[in-house]
Design a binder for this molecule. Structure first.
Ligand code: PHE
Ligand code: ZN
Length: 885
């Protein structure tokens, strides 16, 4: 590659501890008009566990070095060596004080890492390697120090000055400047450092922990958003209570601050006692935020709060261990949401996301284990695999050990490692030791990439009443790894009779049966489980609750799926059976369309939907999930060669067929769900709105739909109903759509978050006109390529959620997208790399599209000074070529 920025590969096996210990870090920020001076005093001593090092090796990027002194004596050029990414202090004594002064230019920083501007305030983002853009420092998570931070700035321009820990002093200088000092009593890695300076308003509340600590809680936002913070605060209080009740974990400081920004690369960041949030995960009012937004806020507030223990008190030894904190914390936030709302609905949504976004990642050019072995740019490894698949691995510990065993393991983990930077192996050892079990093979989940396939077959001996379930597993080879080993796969299961009754389960060798649901553990390539006393040939219900992150291959007949869907005791299996039924229908029609045959709608599916709509006993939220057809992204994932247009047409045919065959039933459920007089955000109301709006989306395929949507839009008092109606009208290209979009824009043009929705709706309109439409959106005054939420709403939605638009056969979607990636790369490499990921599945399409995508990938790769972030993604993607020939 002609890329000169080529960076070297970092490997997990090359880890060595840092040879110095930094007990205490004193920082002073002199925030000026354009530049900021950062003075640091580092108290350093040798790490006796390591071979003595002659130099102190510090990371640093994009800053001007003003001075360095060692034990009070200024160093000249011979005392240190400076490169573009490092500062080496030579001949350091066994213990010393190093003082460094640098100057940085936050207002010129467009990367949204390090110290950068947002609106008219300044803030930091240090994970993973942003602290090195603030000052020279060993910017690695295993160097943990106590921080004392003094912030100095003009009081009128920067009235609020925040950092980690407790505020321990403040005062004023002549000339309008003021200072605030913060002290964080907990040692932490540099990635958890944060500061915020500017004109912000806040709401405040209190929380008293079980042991009686009074904690002040504050949510800081730009003044105009003060009326949208209540839900975030409520979610924080719920999180604090939940972590005490379920995990026995209490908060450990007297203050907890949250700051919302419109300019953030990710969802939020768990900096010790000073969380920084994408405003999308803080701000909510019924008329501006949907139910999904409300749930997202609750989940992310929980997630960052839970990091205080899983991530901050115990952190990662190196970035290869990222899933140690992220997989575990995602598992914790999933459990929190499950305890607050419907567990089954939460599980279904998480599985849907895993299948449609993590499975493709695991099969593509960036495939990696949850604990990767190598990276070029660590920011490219904040992935669905590390987070969501990582959470599935934690869930499997929970499934195997039970809640009590799991909590025992967690307690031992904190007993052993509080205040330390550790590894995934340490976590596994705590789980094993606390339960006196050998988790040996289970550890393979950390090191093996790819989605395992679980094959289920069975045989029945009617005379002996013996039923044998054969389970086998295979993990296909992936781009990063070819030889796969068998994994430990917990399979929660049961057996159903033909009429849907749960059958008692007794495994060969057992004296008595043990209920109708149990956990089998597959840990070989294949194993058979023999059930005795089985009175009839049963229907197996496997992977209840989705007990392992695998693909299931079980030869169900349509009739069997219908039984499972209607009668299984497990909500996940009921949902999954419905999905499989619709998936078969849609894919069958894709083939028919390819062959030029007429598409057909199977009466079994119509009957199944009829039954779903007639189910008045189940949680409406669950019914809504079951009605939702598999998404185009997941259908693409299960096809050998993706037929974008075929999938879209066949799915639309099935949806419209069901809607028209069952119009009355959809209408009835829709009307039943419309009786709520005033908006409420309680879980029952949210579930009812989700059923109502999924019915509306089907009804929009019928003659009565547009009228209903228009009426809903006109009468709505909340964003969930407004958006569902607007989106529906726009997606079916109803005559009323244009005016509806205009008046929405007129009402919300000054509201960044609401406008994101307006952009997304339009960027996702399917079909060949999408490219032109997206070009218009990119020129809209509300769009900005330097704002990640806007980039995600237009460029992200177009390239990842609008398959027929992006994959237009003439390649214009690809060209447009590559142009955006290239433009973005010079401003914000992290975001550019994420957007580049839209090309990751390029080898899965027909030859014409493959060629067009390869051309764009090569065009991106050829850009001068391409960032290592994008370079890593494109070179891996191009590398898929070999695999495919
Ligand atoms: N650590 C954050 C979280 O998962 C995510 C994040 C990573 C945010 C990197 C910013 C930068 O909660
Ligand atoms: Zn996290």
């Amino acid at each position: 590659m002609k890329n000169s920025t080529a960076r070297k590969i970092v490997r997990r096996v090359e880890y060595t501890p840092y040879p110095w210990i930094l007990d205490h870090v004193v920082l002073r920020f002199e925030i000026g008009d354009d530049t900021t001076r950062v003075l640091s005093r580092l108290h350093i001593r040798r790490n006796d566990a390591c071979a003595p090092a002659a130099d102190i090796d510090l990371d640093g990027q994009d800053m001007e070095l003003i001075s360095v002194s060692l034990d009070g004596l200024p160093l000249d050029d011979s005392g240190f060596t400076k490169t573009s990414e490092q500062l080496l202090i030579h001949d350091a004594p066994a213990s010393c004080t190093l003082e460094i002064e640098v100057q940085i230019e936050p207002l010129k920083n467009t990367t949204l890492t390090g110290l950068y501007p947002s609106g008219d305030f300044l803030l930091t983002q240090c994970e993973a390697e942003g602290f090195r853009r603030i000052t020279y420092f060993p910017d690695r998570p295993d160097v943990m120090s106590r921080y004392e931070v003094t912030l100095v700035a003009d009081k009128a321009r920067y009235p609020v000055l925040l950092s980690n820990g407790n505020s321990v002093g403040s005062g004023e200088f002549e000339g309008g400047r003021h200072w605030v000092r913060w002290d964080d009593p907990f040692a932490k890695p540099s990635y958890l450092f944060a500061l915020v300076a500017g004109h912000l308003s806040f709401i405040e509340d209190q929380f008293t922990t079980t042991s009686g600590r009074n904690v002040t809680l504050r949510v800081f936002v730009e003044p105009e958003n003060l009326d949208r913070c209540d839900h975030a605060m409520e979610s924080l209080i719920h999180s604090m209570k939940w972590d005490e009740d379920r995990f026995g974990l209490e908060y450990d400081l007297d203050i907890y601050n949250i700051v919302a920004t419109n300019d953030f690369n990710m969802g939020a960041m768990e900096n010790k006692s000073l969380n920084i949030f994408n405003s999308k995960y803080v701000l909510a009012r019924p008329d501006t935020a949907t139910d999904l937004d409300y749930q997202g806020i609750e989940g992310v507030i929980g997630h960052e709060y839970f990091h205080n223990w899983t991530g901050n008190r115990v952190t990662c030894q190196d970035w290869f261990q990222l899933t140690l904190k992220e997989g575990l914390t995602v598992f914790r936030d999933q459990e929190f949401s499950s305890d607050m709302h419907s567990r089954a609905v939460k599980r279904i949504r998480d599985v849907r996301a895993l299948r449609s976004r993590q499975f493709p990642e695991d099969a593509g050019p960036m495939s990696h284990p949850i604990r990767p072995d190598k990276y070029i740019e660590i920011n490219n490894f904040y992935t669905m695999t590390v987070y969501q698949k990582g959470a599935e691995i934690i869930r499997m510990y929970h499934t195997l050990l039970g809640e009590d065993g799991f909590q025992k393991g967690i307690r031992l983990y904190f007993q052993r490692h509080d205040g330390m930077a550790v590894t995934c192996d340490d976590f596994m050892a705590a789980m094993a030791d606390a339960n006196g079990v050998d988790l040996g093979r289970f550890g393979r989940w950390y090191g093996q990439s790819g989605t395992p396939e679980l094959k289920v077959s069975s045989s029945y001996d009617a005379d002996a009443k013996i039923y044998t379930l054969h389970l086998s597993q295979v993990t296909p080879s992936t781009h990063d790894q070819s030889n796969k080993q068998p994994l430990v796969i917990p399979v929660a299961m049961g057996l159903l009779s033909k009429d849907g009754h749960a059958l008692p389960l007794r495994l060969q060798g057992e004296q008595e049966g043990t209920g109708s649901s149990r956990l089998l553990v597959l840990d070989e390539e294949q194993q058979s489980f023999v059930f005795e006393g089985v009175e009839e040939r049963p229907i197996p219900s496997v992977l209840r609750g989705y007990s392992a992150p695998v693909k299931i291959d079980c030869p169900y007949s349509t009739a069997e799926l219908a039984v499972l869907m209607a009668h299984d005791s497990d909500a996940f299996v009921r949902w999954d059976s419905a999905q499989l039924l619709s998936q078969r229908e849609i894919l069958g029609n894709v083939s028919r369309l390819v062959e030029g045959a007429e598409p057909v709608l199977a009466p079994e599916l119509v009957d199944a939907y009829d039954a779903l709509l007639a189910d008045l006993d189940s949680d409406p939220g669950l019914v809504a999930e079951a009605l939702a057809l598999p998404g185009e992204d997941y259908l693409a994932e299960v096809m050998p060669v993706v037929d974008v247009d075929g999938i879209h047409a066949a799915r639309k045919f099935v949806k419209s067929g069901l809607a028209n065959a069952l119009q009355q039933q959809f209408l009835q459920r829709y009307t039943d769900m419309c009786t709520d007089q005033v908006y409420s955000k309680d879980p029952v109301s949210m579930a009812r709105r989700s059923l109502k709006n999924i019915c509306l989306s089907f009804l929009l395929e019928t003659a009565s739909g547009e009228g209903l949507a228009e009426a809903q839009l006109a009468g709505s008092d909340n964003m969930t109903d407004t958006l569902a109606a607007l989106q529906g009208l726009v997606w079916v290209e109803a005559p009323a759509a244009e005016t509806a979009l205009q008046s929405f824009e007129h009402q919300w043009r000054d509201d960044a978050l609401v406008m994101d929705k307006w952009f997304s709706i339009q960027a996702s309109i399917p079909g060949e006109h999408a490219v032109g439409r997206v070009k218009t959106l990119l020129d809209h005054p509300g769009f900005s390529i330097s704002n990640p939420n806007k980039v995600r709403s237009v460029i992200g939605v177009f390239s990842m959620m609008n398959p027929t638009g992006f994959h237009t056969a003439d390649g214009s979607g690809y060209r447009l997208h590559a142009d955006q990636v290239i433009a973005l790369d010079s401003l914000n490499p992290q975001m550019a790399a994420r957007m580049t990921g839209a090309f990751n599945s390029w080898t899965r399409y027909d030859e014409n599209r493959r060629n067009l995508m390869r051309t764009e990938l090569k065009r991106i790769a050829a850009v001068q000074n391409l960032s290592p972030d994008v370079s890593e993604i494109v070179s891996n993607a191009i590398g898929m070529d070999k695999n495919n020939k």
